[in-house]
Design a protein around this ligand. Structure first.
Ligand code: ARG
Length: 295
């Protein structure tokens, strides 16, 4: 089932079954990363402007940070001719069913330039025994964990739509992943993926930028998150604060300089770990976009 309005939702968070948390990380090596076309507003003016060695060291610093926190990081090699492949949140949505079977929804990338990225991840997950599910093109676009985020510890999916993902895709995704979808319309092109304006921190808490959502979306978020940490507009827009990632319920990996957001995160009990991602911001991505989590 897919819901866009709180009035239609007849369950509460506590009614939903628990779901194990994904703790494994996949990243894609950045040797072919660059800005070669403009498919989101952040890329404008940056074509040909990325620095390869800075990108490499920023990527390595992020990978090291995950490993220092004790997480396993697998890698898929980036492919020549796929400069956005390093943003490996976008090509798939991994899931685990109540009986323990693992699956992955394969994205229908919005931009033609990115469609060739998806088979690399289908192969990776099939190699681990995941069942891979392509989506019928008639359902429209879907960009994986750029737009579809698991509510930590619950069989509940948050689904962004409007720019890269079509609302029509979620009914099928809900059936495949066996979870209701609370669908949030995105209304500002700077926040073109849900992961640019919402970050799940733990079972109870999310970081968000309310200005990216409609009133219906904000109502759903307020009803289902016991605690919401709000990022101010400049942190969210200029430093991608809501593209932070909390891999363990305690440490928040975030691009440097979001002073207000960082103070609010610390006050809420999190440890802020600043990771420079300036090369990737030129392409409209930061920490969260550069990995996918799976079981
Ligand atoms: N240049 C990429 C694009 O526009 C950036 C993707 C960032 N990923 C994300 N999950 N927000 O598609």
């Amino acid at each position: 089932m897919v819901y866009t309005r709180l009035d239609d939702v007849l369950f509460r968070l506590d009614d939903l079954p628990a779901m194990p948390k994904a703790r494994r990380i996949l990243m894609t090596t950045p040797e072919h990363f660059s800005v070669e076309y403009v498919i989101n507003p952040h890329m404008a003016g940056h074509v040909g402007q990325t620095n390869r060695s800075a990108a490499r060291s920023q990527w390595q610093t992020l990978k090291d940070a995950y490993e220092r926190l004790g997480l396993d990081v697998a890698t898929v090699a980036g492919a020549d001719g796929q400069p956005d492949m390093v943003f490996c949140a976008n090509q798939t949505l991994p899931f685990v069913l109540p009986d323990g079977q693992k699956g992955v929804v394969l994205s229908n990338m919005h931009a033609n330039e990115r469609k060739g990225e998806v088979p690399h991840y289908a192969r990776f997950f099939e190699g681990l025994g995941y069942a891979a599910h392509p989506l019928d093109a008639a359902l429209g676009d879907f960009e994986g964990m750029g737009d579809a985020l698991w509510h930590a510890g619950r069989r509940l999916l948050w689904g962004g739509y409007g720019f890269r993902t079509s609302l029509d895709a979620y009914e099928r995704i809900s059936a495949l992943a066996d979870a209701p979808v609370l669908a949030l319309e995105l209304r500002d092109p700077d926040f073109y993926h849900l992961d640019t304006c919402l970050s799940v921190l733990d079972d109870e808490t999310a970081l968000y930028y309310p200005g990216a959502f409609t009133a219906d979306g904000v109502a759903l978020l307020r009803a289902f998150w016991p605690r919401l940490v709000e990022a101010p507009a400049d942190d969210a827009r200029e430093r991608f604060a809501c593209n932070a990632h909390c891999p363990n319920g305690r440490h928040v990996l975030i691009h440097p300089g979001s002073r207000v957001t960082n103070a609010r995160l610390r006050e809420a009990g999190y440890e802020v770990v600043e990771i420079e991602t300036g090369e990737y911001l030129k392409s409209g991505g930061s920490v969260f976009c550069m990995k996918v989590v799976y079981w």
